[in-house]
Design a protein around this ligand. Sequence first.
Ligand code: HSE
Length: 380
Amino acid sequence: MGRKLLRIALLGCGTVGGGVYEFVRDRQDMVISYVLSRRPRPELSCKVVSDFSVILSDPEVDVVVEAIGGMDPAYEYVRSALEAGKHVITANKLLIAAHYRELVELADKHHVTLRCSAAVGGGIPWLANLERTLEQEPITRISGIMNGTTNYILDRMHCSDAAFEEALLEAQHLGYAEADPSSDLNGGDIRRKLVISANIAFGCVLREEDIAVFGIESLRAEDIQACKKLGRVCKMIASARNLDGCVAAYIEPAFMNSQLHEAAVPLNFNLISLTGEHIGKQSFYGQGAGRYPTAYNVLQDCVDVRNGLQGFYTNKLEDRPVDNSSVVRPYYVRTERVDEWLQKRVVKILDCGVILKPVSVTEMHAWAKEHPCFFASLRD
Ligand code: HSE
């Protein structure tokens, strides 16, 4: 029996939307009925409209694919599409992380599907596999590299001694970075991805602002040299653990033991892992940013909708606090503001920084807020 043709309204036809348009054009089971664009797009072979209400009121549109990015007007469009009974697929991590509960509840109320597989991990089948794992067993932990831009910068600085600014420009030219790359560099982009991942994995709702984050804006070439001298590789790592009554969740640079899989992740690639109660650690690897990898995940969501998949990845929405006080690690710190707290914890002095004895993530991040520095945890 043939399946019904899936009729898609594509909001935005830029980097990711353009990739989606190309992929759908080559398929027989789905079609782009509309592209929403502010400017005329004579090169597109579908209806191009600038008024979203045309899409909303067309009963033939099955699914709205939001590829505009940002909060406004994407939030309004997504909300009204769900309320109008249309399935929604989005790559918009800002939107999903900020309005998680409301959008999941809205999709549930209107019996439609909400998917955002491209919001985390670019082209990696990560969120869909969280959902599949949960069918079988609880997930206790998630962790890994969730940002292509920062991984690209760190890899270029490690392997080719590239300067930070040069590597960032390359990442921007390759289409990996956000429109405002400061959210890549300060870890804000990763924090949104971690919120979405942890919420799905642990069936909870975390507040984005509760998650501790330290980025690579203050990273210098000398930190990479120190890391190399220790025989390690610097990576941006996101971690979340499901604990009793709370979740430990934080993002920070880490000097990884060179034997760990994360240490070998090149360029714009991501490596994200889950730990299941019985299956142990499973890792998912692939390009974490870029036009076609991201469009691929949007397409996978379209296929899932066409196949009749219902709802969101989970319908569990338990509010949970974040508490990182039980997670303890040794840290590398470079600062000109040495104080008593730091001095008391130093176990080794390096050329340009120090190694601290294990301290809690809560303490380390709180200290760094008050002291200009670069820090990274040491992970084995
Ligand atoms: N700026 C993001 C990154 C894009 O570099 O990972 C993909 O989410």
